[in-house]
Design a protein around this ligand. Structure first.
Ligand code: C2E
Ligand code: MG
Ligand code: MG
Length: 653
């Protein structure tokens, strides 16, 4: 071998060794997806670094007749042969982290590789004493031994086994790792065959160095790709998350070419109930199954994502939207409750907001904002299974938002005022109570509650607002009492959102105490609806209020769906029959009403009918023994001064 080639080879060996060592140091401070894989990689890099360095020294001290040269040549050559096996053992460990350790198989082959590695190492040790593979001659030069070629058998068998494992389990490797491993199990084999013909060339060792570096780089890139992929997935459903979805649609529709698609946001309904009823684990299973069922119905050109919990987004081709919305209105799924192995079949429904994406440069974030808002309106206000966003609807939404933004300041300026709608005892035609109904006096324009109470409900500002009204009413009552008037019981509406407050009754009582108002002059009205709060919460509050001497009324009775249960379970003082019941009274409705009135009397509750507008309604109600009436027939909600006149003159003529 010419001097030049020898020097080039030595430089490459030294450079390779240093590079592998740096990779080892760099790799040891890196975080890696699997600890075992990280250790295996470090093992490969360090052993390759030692292997290449030993090879370098073997060449450096070749023919050096000093004592140092004598020992260096022997030690270095031993390490070269030995560390081939150490490195192969590292490669074996690396493979194990993919297959055998994850119970995928390959156990027998790993054992064979281990055995071959140990055998190979033993032979190298043996060769030190016998010179069967190689020996160092009297000139301190390396010479091939009689069984030199046999020393290739063990590594070749090991490479063969590794190659067969890689091919057999090719499906579990990513493309990157698969190619790196194929290279690692073939390139050294080819090089060792070539080496047999070129005396003095370290092709096998060099190729092992190249493979070790490539494996490290590919593993790093692979891990990076995996992290990016994971960061774009929803953990539970494994659908793209918000970030992944945005990424996906930007890739699929470059330059906003999405005008043939509809953007849809949907919320699975009743998930809170399922979680409460079956536990969170089953709830998760339900969502996973739901996502799976939907995936089957989404076409290849469409995108489906989950932006957390029960909130999904989709880009659906416009001519497929109708079918997709039908699916959202009811799709059957099967779930196994792992606690009791019970199989359940559920029909899952969602509420959706739909936006027909136009042919313009609209930002994806804006689309998301549109569809989430539309879905919320569909769910909370319009109570529809889906809603399309139209320019009119958007204008309405913006107007409402502006209104919402004005509310805190309006409260400070006390622009919200109670109007009082009299309740009348129709036997005596005498005022027997009143309901405080809020009106917003906005620069002289009187805004009715339906325009802002739902806004407050959604923004969770309603609880504070109800206390504001209670405070206002107590203040009015205090004034009337101080003026020597004899005000009747005033009822104040409290949203059911207040039921989440465990100190509700006490806080109500504190306001009453603040104005030293007799508690019997305040009544709390709570609507009858089935919602996220269990009946127990309602029952507790009503019982505590009763202990404080404050009466309670169930508002809008007959519009919810737990009515009969409610009658029997909750000890309220008054049942307010809703206007919808009183309207268009017929024989059937009368019969039901009659029973309800009898039942609530038996439960110790008084009955009042609201929304009574006509004489005939009044007569029927009286006939059914419901004498307390609230409605336009007697009075509309009155401003404070008008109502004061009513208190002074409580008789209707
Ligand atoms: P509600 O508590 O069921 O109040 C009865 C509603 O029926 C009132 O509407 C009242 O003006 C109306 N009404 C009474 N008699 C008749 C009638 O004969 N014919 C017709 N067509 N309507 C009649 P209003 O004042 O618009 O209040 C609507 C709802 O807003 C209330 O229903 C209540 O749920 C809510 N609300 C009002 N004030 C407050 C409040 O201070 N806090 C809370 N949380 N909700 C309030
Ligand atoms: Mg009411
Ligand atoms: Mg009502």
């Amino acid at each position: 071998m010419s001097l030049d080639v020898k020097h080039i080879q030595m430089s490459v060996l030294l450079f390779g060794s240093i590079l592998c060592f740096f990779i080892f140091i760099f790799g040891s401070i890196l975080q890696y997806q699997s600890r075992g894989r990280k250790i295996a990689l470090l093992h490969i890099e360090l052993s390759t670094s030692i292997l290449l360095l030993a090879d370098y020294f073997a060449y450096l001290f070749r023919g050096d007749m000093s004592t140092l040269g004598y020992w260096m040549v022997r030690i270095a050559n031993f390490l070269v042969f030995f560390f081939v096996y150490v490195e192969l053992n590292g490669l074996n460990q690396y493979l194990r982290t993919f297959t055998y350790q994850s119970a995928k198989g390959g156990k027998v082959k790993y054992r064979c590789i281990m055995i071959m590695t140990i055998l190979g190492m033993l032979c190298i040790v043996l060769s030190q004493f016998t010179g069967i593979f190689y020996r160092i001659d009297e000139n301190n030069l390396y010479q091939r031994g009689p069984l030199f070629y046999i020393s290739f058998v063990a590594p070749l068998v090991i490479y063969g086994l590794i190659l067969s494992v890689v091919i057999e389990y090719r499906r579990i490797f990513t493309k990157m790792i698969f190619y790196a491993l194929i290279l690692f199990s073939t390139m050294p084999v080819v090089c060792s065959i070539l080496q047999a013909f070129f005396y003095g060339l370290s092709l096998l060792n060099l190729s092992m160095g190249v493979c070790a570096i490539i494996l490290f780089v590919f593993s790093l890139v692979d891990q990076n790709l995996l992290l990016v992929h994971i960061s774009e997935l929803d953990k539970l459903t494994e659908l793209p998350n918000e970030h992944g979805f945005m990424h996906e649609i930007m890739l699929r529709f470059p330059k906003y070419t999405w005008h043939e698609y509809d953007a849809i946001y949907f919320d699975v309904v009743h998930m809170a109930t399922y979680n409460r009823k079956y536990g969170n684990a089953v709830g998760d299973e339900i969502l996973k199954e739901y996502a799976r069922a939907l995936c089957k119905k989404v076409e290849d050109d469409e995108v489906l994502g989950c932006i957390g919990g029960n909130r999904f987004i989709a880009f659906i081709r416009r001519n497929h939207t109708k079918d997709f919305l039908e699916l959202l209105d009811g799709i059957d799924i099967r779930v196994i409750n792992k606690d009791n192995s019970e199989k359940m079949q559920l029909t899952m429904k969602s509420v959706a907001g739909v936006y027909e994406v136009p042919n313009s440069n609209i930002e994806p974030r804006q689309i998301l904002n549109y569809i989430i808002t539309t879905c919320n309106v569909a769910k909370n206000e319009k109570h529809k299974p889906f809603l399309y966003l139209t320019p009119d609807l958007w204008e309405e939404i913006v107007r409402k938002r502006d209104l919402e933004a004005e509310i805190p300041l309006a409260m400070e300026k006390r622009e919200f005022k109670p109007f009082y709608q009299p309740k009348v005892d129709s036997e005596q035609n005498k005022l027997c109570g009143a309901e405080a109904l809020v009106r917003w006096d906005r620069n002289g324009e009187i805004i009715p509650p339906y325009r802002f109470v739902p806004v407050l409900e959604q923004a969770d500002g309603i609880c504070k607002f109800d206390f504001y009204m209670l405070d206002y009413v107590c203040q009015d009552l205090r004034k009337w009492i101080d003026q020597g008037l004899n005000p009747p019981t005033i009822s104040v509406n409290f949203s059911r959102k207040n039921l989440g407050n465990p100190n509700l009754a006490k806080e109500i009582y504190d306001v009453i105490l603040k104005y030293a108002v007799p508690p019997e002059l305040i009544q709390i009205e709570i609507t009858e609806t089935v919602d996220e709060y269990p009946m127990e919460a309602l029952k507790d509050v009503i019982e505590m209020l009763r202990q404080y001497g404050v009466s309670t009324a169930i508002d809008d009775f007959g519009t919810g769906s737990a009515s009969i249960n409610l009658l029997m379970e909750v000890p309220f003082s008054v049942l307010k029959i809703d206007k919808s019941f009183v309207d268009n009274l017929n024989d059937k409705k009368e019969k039901i009403l009659e029973h309800i009135i009898v039942m609530s009397r038996e439960m110790g509750a008084d009955v009042i009918a609201e929304g009574v507008e006509e004489r005939t309604q009044l007569d029927t109600l009286k006939k059914l023994n419901c004498v307390k009436i609230q409605g336009y027939f007697f009075d509309k909600p009155l401003a404070k001064s008008e109502f004061e006149r009513r208190i002074r003159d409580p008789f209707y003529r």
